[in-house]
Design a protein around this ligand. Structure first.
Ligand SMILES: NC(=O)c1ccc[n+]([C@@H]2O[C@H](COP(=O)([O-])OP(=O)(O)OC[C@H]3O[C@@H](n4cnc5c(N)ncnc54)[C@H](OP(=O)(O)O)[C@@H]3O)[C@@H](O)[C@H]2O)c1
Length: 292
């Protein structure tokens, strides 16, 4: 396949480029210096240069606080930028694979969300990504929209800067005797290498549509930290943060666990548990009693 990956130097984009190349596909890596999503002119000019079978969009404005402060920019990139891509890929006859987020939900369901649950975002980021989903789904019939959650990978997240949650916990453990983490927010930590493999699998078929695409099972951030320290034999006092200890500046869902129902129905789900993904990332073996 001829594939273009947008956000190619990002946390997920880097792994997506690698996953396609591993299959022998020809990949054009596009960074922000090559393409500006918020400009239809830039998108059309950049993508129009080559014959493409698929365009994978991992780029977004996804720093939640920044989106809240700069809603016009968030909508220009996440909503209209996706519209620009959907139009350009449709006109080129290319498939669009677009990455979205668990933050389209308000977290009130209290059990894993499936694809046809009604979204109700709590913040500008979630609203702008939901608008982007609608554009992708209505403008290019050959679309895959993948909602994912709590990404971590070997390459730094450019929007958030610094370390991912796993490396941050290990750094804090090295520097301090104790770490305090919230136990009231539930997610599914998903490794970018697993998500990249899922994207490659979908690109080989025509089961277009909206998919939840996260690792299996769920955990709180506290449980995630606990597993990180157990798997790495890290000697640290891990404590549950008291409610309000780390006040969120922007409302977020406290439960954004997704069920990959549509992937499973079609026999396309490649994800293993979040614990297995974490073991792969850390380069350790999974203990047999790991069942959160
Ligand atoms: N990280 C998470 O925990 C998480 C959770 C759920 C969903 N997601 C979604 O997953 C996707 C990938 O996230 P990630 O962690 O890989 O992000 P990342 O490391 O921040 O990468 C995002 C990429 O997008 C590029 N970009 C930003 N604005 C752009 C624009 N206007 N035009 C073109 N390129 C632009 C960035 O380039 P510059 O840095 O040079 O601007 C960067 O290369 C995003 O769609 C995000 O919404 C992420």
């Amino acid at each position: 396949m001829n594939v273009a990956v947008i956000g190619a130097n990002g946390q997920l984009g880097t792994d997506v480029v690698y996953a396609f190349r591993e299959q022998g596909d020809v990949v054009t890596s596009l960074t922000h210096a090559d393409i500006e999503l918020s400009s239809l002119e830039s998108v059309s000019a950049c993508l129009g240069k080559q014959k493409l079978d698929a365009v994978v969009n991992t780029a977004a404005m996804h720093h939640v606080e920044k989106c809240e402060q700069e809603p016009a920019a968030a909508y220009a990139i996440n909503a209209l930028g996706t519209r620009n891509l959907a139009i350009a890929t449709r006109d080129l006859g290319a498939m669009l694979v677009h990455v979205s987020t668990d933050y389209v939900f308000d977290g009130e369901k209290g059990e894993p969300y499936v694809e046809d649950d009604a979204p109700l975002p709590l913040n500008v980021y979630g609203n702008s990504k939901l608008a982007g989903e609608h554009f992708a789904r209505t403008l290019n019939p050959e679309h895959f929209v993948l909602r994912t959650s709590a990404l971590y990978g070997k390459h730094p997240c450019r929007a958030k800067g610094g370390l991912n949650f796993v490396d941050l916990m290990l750094k804090l453990a090295r520097e301090r005797g104790k770490v305090r983490v919230v136990d009231s927010e539930f997610v599914t930590p998903t490794s970018t290498s697993q998500l990249a493999k899922q994207i490659v699998v979908l690109s080989r078929c025509d089961a277009y549509g909206l998919y939840h695409a996260t690792a299996e099972r769920k955990c709180s951030w506290y449980e995630f930290a606990k597993e990180i320290f157990q798997l790495t034999d890290t000697d640290i006092r891990l404590e549950v943060a008291i409610p309000g200890e780390f006040p969120a500046k922007v409302p977020r869902p406290s439960y954004s666990v997704l069920e990959n129902r549509e992937l499973k129905i079609r026999g396309l789900n490649v994800f293993s548990s979040w614990q297995e993904g974490l073991c792969d990332y850390l380069g350790v073996r999974e203990p047999s009693n790991s069942q959160v």
